[in-house]
Design a protein around this ligand. Structure first.
Ligand code: PGA
Length: 248
């Protein structure tokens, strides 16, 4: 049985002092023994978020990191900087980073390898645009994104990564994918993992759905055989996140 993982993606929201307040508010609401709960906060708040979350079930994650170890990369954050403050997760290749900051399948792969090298669990995002969905290329495209993201990753390492399927047209739009659409793609991702590695790896890997997940739709989405939780944007910034986490 795979353990569910429900992650909040705060994006570019909340100052460090607002972060302290929000984590303190959400702490009792997201308490659960049934799932891993991760708050991916802005980089400037990672240290304080770790401190505030101490003693709770909340893990803190980053939203991005660079693939080089260190050096002349102004404005970037390295894997060692994250591990130094105890960050255990990092979102890699979110569609907003692909769209606005030039991330490609290749940079995603380099970042995934670097995160794994440092024992940080990458939450690898993949997803199609509305146009791609309408053209019927969704599954092919997602398979390609997943295969490239995992190039050079061993089966043992792959068992610990998290993949987030996030249809771009469902992100921040209130237009959630139907459970059938979400399950169809998540099951195709699992099949792809089985082809790359083996059935045991495919069974172990956790696959999230993301895109307008909220307190109303979480239960149905997370009940699907191949959906192991969610990557949640808007609804992770309010009390509703407690209901998403305790969706049953
Ligand atoms: P949303 O964002 O829940 O606000 O649609 C999800 C995401 O971008 O990870």
């Amino acid at each position: 049985m795979r353990r569910k993982i429900i992650a909040g993606n705060w994006k570019m929201n909340k100052t460090p002092s607002e972060t302290v307040k929000l984590i303190n508010e959400l702490k009792p609401l997201v308490a659960t023994e049934d799932a891993d709960v991760v708050f991916c906060v802005p980089a400037v708040s990672l240290t304080i978020a770790k401190e505030v979350a101490k003693g709770s079930n909340i893990e803190i994650g980053a939203q991005n990191m660079h693939f080089e170890e260190s050096g002349a990369y102004t404005g970037e954050i390295s894997a060692s900087m994250l591990t130094d403050i105890g960050v255990k997760y990092v979102i890699i290749g979110h569609s907003e980073r692909r769209e606005y900051f030039g991330e490609t399948d290749e940079t995603v792969n380099k970042k995934v390898l670097k995160a794994i090298e440092h024992n940080i669990t990458p939450i690898i995002c993949c997803g199609e645009t509305l146009q791609q969905r309408e053209q019927g290329v969704t599954i092919d495209l997602i398979r390609q994104q997943v295969k490239i993201a995992l190039l050079g990753v061993t089966a043992d390492q792959a068992k610990n990564v998290v993949i987030a399927y996030e249809p771009i047209w469902a992100i921040g739009t209130g237009k959630v994918a139907t459970t059938e659409q979400a399950e169809e793609v998540c099951s195709a991702i699992r099949k792809c993992i089985a082809e790359i590695y083996d059935d045991a790896t495919a069974e172990a890997i956790r696959i999230q759905y993301g895109g307008s997940v909220n307190a109303e739709n979480a239960a149905e989405l997370f009940a699907q055989a191949n959906i192991d939780g969610g990557l949640v944007g808007g609804a992770s910034l309010k009390a509703d996140f407690g209901k998403v986490v305790n969706y049953k």
